[in-house]
Unconditional design. Structure first.
Length: 122
């Protein structure tokens, strides 16, 4: 039981840091983030802060960041936010958003490795 709890805590941290990379890249690129979710739906609970819904979902095996305009039909439906749609961003901005999760994984790995080399492992 303790092992399962530790597993889910570590998974939670890894998923949140990975998804934060996508979230941060999107926000800095001016893309509207509709939802930042841990786990896969159905949604257990969520809280809307600003324009983003932060949710905790039933299946805790991953996470997601839902961006406005990830699909072309969403962008056509709401022209007022068209400048904030993912599909309308420049290729380098899309690359930053897409690679943000992997970059955060590398940063986390570097921080943990640096800490272990500094403090030492028994």
């Amino acid at each position: 039981m303790v092992t399962a709890i530790i597993f889910f805590v570590i998974l939670l941290i890894l998923v949140l840091i990975h998804e934060f990379g996508h979230f941060f890249g999107a926000k800095k690129s001016g893309v509207k983030v509709e939802e930042f979710g841990f786990g896969f739906p159905p949604r257990l609970f969520g809280k809307k802060i600003g324009e983003t819904l932060y949710s905790f979902n039933l299946i805790p095996l991953g996470g997601f960041v839902k961006l406005f305009g990830e699909e072309y039909h969403e962008e056509k439906k709401n022209k007022t936010d068209s400048q904030r749609a993912f599909v309308n961003k420049k290729p380098w901005q899309k690359t930053i958003i897409i690679c943000g999760g992997v970059i955060m994984n590398f940063v986390l790995g570097w921080v943990i490795t640096s800490y272990l080399f500094t403090v030492g492992v028994p």
